[in-house]
Design a protein around this ligand. Structure first.
Ligand SMILES: *[C@@H]1O[C@H](CO)[C@@H](O)[C@H](O)[C@H]1NC(C)=O
Ligand SMILES: *[C@@H]1O[C@H](CO)[C@@H](O)[C@H](O)[C@H]1NC(C)=O
Ligand SMILES: *[C@@H]1O[C@H](CO)[C@@H](O)[C@H](O)[C@H]1NC(C)=O
Ligand SMILES: *[C@@H]1O[C@H](CO)[C@@H](O)[C@H](O)[C@H]1NC(C)=O
Ligand SMILES: CC(=O)N[C@H]1CO[C@H](CO)[C@@H](O)[C@@H]1O
Length: 522
């Protein structure tokens, strides 16, 4: 028999941190706040349902619609996993009834179909809904029968069968833009594809294979990914694990040395660690690439603004010698991804670094008149060695930069999630209620500034009173991501909540759709 003293000694020897980690942080739900976020979701949904459904997106001010995602009801599919997490039975029923009627053989206005956007929003949304609704947690709750469940997976499969022509290139690196006249075909006038649009397919396409038992979807996406995991030529990998942006679809070679954690490259890095979380046994090499990228980022890209050494952002690069100190709202997912990596790999150094990034993105919110962070910003690196790469501070923002540690290069806010997403991971890692408070304040500010007409609209200038006016558009990721992270950070424990103790049952795709993990929980 093993004595408890012996067991304690064993645990103690594998570091005190292990004991803390095994127990995990304590969380405290705020049902009142969660209910207020759900009110916002229901209001946005009601506007969309009345004026835009089953078109893609609501134009909240003119109370009309826009088909910006091929006319398959992007907002409906993007809203479904959030409605399930919020237990919003009426909305779930509306969307589940609609899914079998979607015609994935035809794109509205014959618009080109983006392999990447369609994968993360539609394929991810359908697979996530199927995972959630067929799990023990949700089954039966909403009166959804097996015919309806099958229709969700059949539509996902049908969509992928139309999309898979994108991979029909000499290398297997896909072409992103597809023409959906039947039969579908890739736009072969395109000869390159980008790091993020190639490297942010593998979770959804692998999940589809794992659910259907048909290996071809996983094989196609993993073949494409193989060129990213083993980049060629050497100039395509300026630092270990940090890659260029554009890839030649004929031979899979990188064509440049520029990148970072910004739009165009970002979610390639995000998915490396998420694939390992999805299945540790199949995706260990993805983990290794993530570790290389994370270590290189900490070593070579971490930058403290000259006026605010307490803040840390990641620089962008064009080769090793040309760093540029600019970032934006999109890149602010990076904190959350470092935190997830640290939790998954038991490396507190990554969690700590992610928390610094999440804090710094928070400072982009608190600095502005609306309390909402801008789309794009820049700074000067504080270390004397790097002054030659520093851009001049715009004169009219000199005082702002002195106080805030960044200046605004693009002042709009388009209902993006990433800053709040990183606070969600910071909260799950630490249990620190500060992050719930940050998210609640951000929600109240977004709700106060962006509520208009039949829903929520983008604003033109986060640093002007009332946001400086609206753009008449509510993107589908408002439903999929912003409202979901705002809700989950305040809500009760549930199987989809991110775990700090190696028992994640779901992993979130880049559109915040929870995908059921396939391997043993890590
Ligand atoms: C968009 O909505 C309009 C008006 O309700 C409807 O006539 C049209 O069929 C919808 N388009 C699609 C792609 O569903
Ligand atoms: C499943 O539910 C749908 C929608 O309520 C209904 O139309 C259909 O008849 C049901 N099918 C079965 C086999 O119960
Ligand atoms: C892409 O690779 C092909 C095959 O090696 C080559 O012929 C072509 O010139 C390359 N394209 C560019 C733009 O470098
Ligand atoms: C959000 O905005 C709506 C509409 O303006 C308002 O009724 C509601 O009270 C707001 N919620 C919070 C928490 O401020
Ligand atoms: C983020 C950044 O620019 N870091 C660089 C600052 O300068 C030193 C010395 O030249 C470089 O090693 C860092 O990469």
């Amino acid at each position: 028999m093993v004595s408890s003293a012996w067991l304690l000694a064993l645990l103690g020897s594998s570091s005190q941190a292990y004991g803390l980690r095994a127990r995990g942080p304590a969380y405290e739900a705020h049902p009142d706040r969660a209910a207020a976020v759900k009110e916002a979701f229901d209001r946005a949904w009601a506007g969309y349902y009345q004026y835009a459904f089953p078109n893609d997106s609501l134009k909240p001010i003119s109370k009309s619609f826009q088909n910006d995602r091929n006319g398959w009801g992007a907002s409906a599919i993007d809203a479904l996993s959030t409605a399930i997490i919020m237990e919003d039975a009426a909305v779930i029923k509306q969307i589940v009834d609609y899914i079998p009627t979607i015609n994935f053989d035809k794109s509205s206005n014959d618009d080109k179909v983006s392999l990447f956007e369609t994968t993360i929003r539609y394929l991810g949304g359908l697979l996530s809904a199927h995972d959630l609704l067929s799990s023990g947690v949700s089954s039966g709750t909403y009166g959804i029968n097996s015919t309806q469940l099958d229709a969700i997976l059949n539509q996902a499969t049908h969509l992928a069968d139309n999309l898979k022509v994108g991979f029909d290139t000499p290398s297997g690196v896909p072409i992103n833009d597809l023409l959906f006249e039947q039969p579908p075909r890739p736009d072969t006038s395109l000869t390159t594809n980008g790091l993020a649009t190639i490297g942010t397919l593998v979770l959804e396409w692998t999940r589809l294979s794992d659910k259907t038992g048909k290996p071809e979807y996983a094989d196609l996406s993993q073949k494409a990914e193989s060129y990213l995991l083993n980049p060629k030529p050497a100039s395509g990998e300026p630092w270990p694990g940090l890659l260029g942006t554009n890839v030649n679809v004929s031979n899979g070679n990188f064509m440049d040395s520029s990148g970072g954690w910004n739009g165009g490259t970002d979610s390639y890095y995000e998915y490396l660690i998420k694939m390992y979380l999805y299945d540790t046994s199949r995706f260990a090499s993805y983990r290794d690439s993530w570790i290389e990228a994370a270590d290189s980022s900490i070593k070579y890209l971490a930058s403290n603004p000259s006026t605010r050494p307490d803040m840390t952002f990641l620089a962008a690069y064009n080769g090793r010698d040309d760093l540029s100190y600019r970032s934006g709202h999109l890149a602010c997912f990076d904190g959350g991804n470092f935190i997830l990596g640290g939790l998954t790999l038991d490396k507190p150094v990554y969690v700590q670094f992610g928390i610094e990034l999440a804090y710094s993105c928070h400072e982009t919110y608190t600095a502005t008149v609306t309390g909402i962070g801008p789309e794009g910003f820049a700074w000067q690196d504080g270390s004397a060695a790097n002054t030659s790469n520093n851009q001049p501070v715009p004169a009219e923002q000199a005082n702002f930069y002195k106080e805030s540690g960044f200046w605004i290069t693009s002042g709009d806010y388009i209902l993006r999630p990433e800053v709040i997403e990183s606070w969600y991971y910071a909260y799950r890692a630490t249990g620190d209620s500060k992050y719930q408070d940050w998210a609640w304040t951000a929600f109240k500010n977004i709700n106060a500034t962006c509520s208009t007409g039949a829903g929520f609209a983008e604003i033109k200038d986060v640093n002007a009173p009332n946001g400086g006016g609206f753009n008449d558009f509510q993107d589908s990721f408002w439903f999929a991501e912003v409202l979901k992270y705002l809700y989950m950070i305040q809500s009760e424990e549930a199987p989809w909540q991110v775990s700090a103790t190696h028992d994640n049952q779901y992993v979130f795709n880049t559109e915040a759709h929870p995908i059921k993990v396939a391997g043993s929980p890590v």
